[in-house]
Design a protein around this ligand. Structure first.
Ligand SMILES: [Zn+2]
Length: 182
């Protein structure tokens, strides 16, 4: 990996970076903190909403959804899949921090569409140990959004399951498309 790759020449990024990518992030944080003022918020999201989304680098949740600092919980993983750990976070989000709505966001061109559960078997062959988690690969993004909505709605641990909506974000247009749960 090259550290001399083209860095956008905007005012925020005009600093020469000689170290690792993490060094670059730490430098950016110093500038962020220099301009930061304590907004005086507590930990409860202002909009009482939790957003579960894919970790995809092309999906900027705050910009895409018009969210501000403090508005929501964001829970992200590969695929935006509702795993046990996502249920764990949602349970804490709802029961300890007051969220009531859940928004699920998958997207076009997801890396999980090109994987299969063979990924686990290949891993097992390579490292001699089977991963305890499912890859959660999918072929049909709409169906996967439906399955994720269903997992949230049927979780016994959640107290608010009436406002659960699922979407596919189009990485080419930036638009969300809502998925009918049925
Ligand atoms: Zn993805």
């Amino acid at each position: 990996m090259s550290t001399s790759a083209s860095v956008p020449a905007g005012p925020q990024r005009a600093i020469a970076h000689r170290g690792t990518v993490t060094d670059r992030l730490v430098e950016a944080n110093e500038r962020y903190a220099a301009a930061f003022t304590d907004p005086g918020m507590d930990a409860r999201p202002v909009l009482h909403v939790a957003v579960v989304a894919c970790m995809d680098a092309r999906l900027d949740l705050h910009d895409a959804l018009g969210l501000e600092l403090g508005d929501c919980h964001t829970i992200r993983n590969a695929g935006g899949v509702v795993t046990d750990d996502v249920i764990r976070s949602l349970t804490i989000s709802q029961r300890a921090l007051g969220t009531r709505s859940v928004v699920l966001i998958h997207h076009t061109g997801c890396g999980l569409e090109s994987l299969t559960e063979d990924f686990r078997h290949e891993l097992e062959d390579e490292v001699g140990q089977r991963p305890p988690w499912a890859v959660e690969a999918f072929r049909d993004v709409e169906q996967d959004v439906r399955q994720s909505m269903q997992r949230v709605r049927t979780s016994p641990f959640l107290v608010h399951t009436d406002d659960v909506r699922g979407f596919v974000f189009d990485v080419k247009t930036g638009l969300l498309r809502e998925i009918d749960p049925t």
